[in-house]
Design a protein around this ligand. Structure first.
Ligand SMILES: NC(=O)c1ccc[n+]([C@@H]2O[C@H](COP(=O)([O-])OP(=O)(O)OC[C@H]3O[C@@H](n4cnc5c(N)ncnc54)[C@H](OP(=O)(O)O)[C@@H]3O)[C@@H](O)[C@H]2O)c1
Length: 344
């Protein structure tokens, strides 16, 4: 029997609490999946005072330095101090699991050079796309990715088509806990662009900067535009798309586009996300599922922890690490015509 695998958790918010509950609520199922006991050894949060937690609360520096921990899970979010925590934990010899798309999109290749880094939850939460690209399709050649990577904009666009003005639709999404308090990440396409940049690096094996993905958000849209599209048999969705040309150029952007009603992507509603991949050998694949929500994200985090406990290699991290010394490839916008016409 292998020794207990000990996990430290930074961040006990929406996702952190759901993940801790999965670990401590049903340890037998987790142990069976991992082939050994998995224990939550310590937790760090921003405001520990008077707090109940499912493991001892410790200062974050102490957690990162704790040699008894095998792995650190980062569920703080944002660029800093999350990036510093991930880097320090790797340097201290821990494996790291994170759901942080901003950190991975900007610093993934450099960080992954420092040790075992896993990030299944950073792209489309519960959809197992990250390891699918790095493992199941490891020897395939991927030439296109077309995706809905942000559920909040789905929800807002749906409310707008039912006649609600943009501001009201946004407030509704915020009150349901879907949109961020600062909604720019969702509605201006930053969130989708970060996830698309991660997918581009994994699928095309070129290093890119998520800031160079051109973004058009959904702010400029109104109900009339959406209804006009519907009258023509189309549904408006915020689409992240990327193509690798035979010459090795990357064309990609994030824009609201008019998707034909019969297209599977047109059916992707609410918090659902979907990712379509064109692979030379596997063919056209589409993965769809919950792209947000604490349970969905925790499911992907737990999957990474279990892979680590079983001693499986961090394949997606290794793929990013291989790009660390590469210069960033420039990204040309796909433009308003393909893969679907731009809306608005
Ligand atoms: N929510 C989702 O549906 C979802 C889906 C996929 C991925 N993600 C990603 O998952 C990550 C976490 O998201 P979340 O929604 O769970 O965030 P959240 O609810 O805001 O929780 C953040 C947690 O981090 C802690 N924290 C903040 N600053 C800290 C610091 N300097 N040191 C230690 N702990 C600190 C907070 O402590 P306090 O509790 O003391 O404030 C809190 O427990 C983000 O990267 C997010 O993008 C979220």
């Amino acid at each position: 029997v292998r020794a207990t695998f000990r996990v430290g958790l930074i961040g006990l918010g929406h996702v952190g609490a759901a993940f801790a509950e999965r670990l401590t609520g049903d340890p037998a199922t987790v142990a069976q999946a991992a082939g050994r006991r998995v224990e939550l050894g310590a937790i760090a949060v921003a405001r520990p005072e008077g707090r109940q937690a499912p493991a001892p609360l410790v200062p974050v520096e102490k957690l990162i330095a704790d040699k008894k921990l095998d792995l650190v899970v980062e569920l703080v979010g944002g660029l800093e101090p999350a990036r510093t925590y991930v880097e320090a934990a790797l340097r201290a010899g821990r494996e790291v699991v994170t759901a942080n798309k901003q950190v991975i999109a900007r610093f993934g290749p450099t960080l992954a050079q420092g040790g075992g880094l896993r990030f299944e939850a950073a792209v489309a939460s519960a959809i197992p796309i990250v390891e699918t690209l790095a493992e199941a399709l490891a020897a395939d050649r991927i030439s296109a990715v077309v995706a809905i990577l942000n559920g909040t904009t789905n929800v807002i666009l749906q409310a707008m088509i039912q006649g609600r003005p943009y501001q009201e639709a946004l407030r509704e999404a915020q009150s349901r806990g879907l949109a961020e308090a600062d909604p720019s990440a969702d509605v201006d396409g930053h969130d989708a662009a970060a996830k698309l940049a991660i997918l581009i690096m994994l699928a095309f094996r070129h290093r890119v900067d998520s800031e160079s993905v051109q973004r058009t958000g959904i702010r400029g849209l109104d109900g009339a535009t959406l209804r006009l599209a519907r009258g023509q048999g189309q549904v408006v969705k915020l689409i992240g798309a990327a193509v690798l040309t035979p010459q090795g150029e990357i064309h990609a952007d994030v824009r609201p586009r008019r998707v034909p009603q019969h297209d599977p992507l047109a059916q992707v509603d609410g918090v659902m996300n979907a990712i379509r991949i064109r692979a030379a050998f596997a063919g056209d694949l589409m993965l769809a599922g919950p792209g947000a929500g604490p349970q969905a994200a925790a499911s992907a985090v737990l999957a990474d922890v279990i892979r680590a406990a079983r001693g499986l290699p961090p394949s997606a991290g290794a793929r990013l690490a291989a790009l660390a010394r590469e210069r960033e490839t420039a990204i040309t916008p796909l433009g308003p015509a393909q893969p679907y016409p731009q809306a608005g």
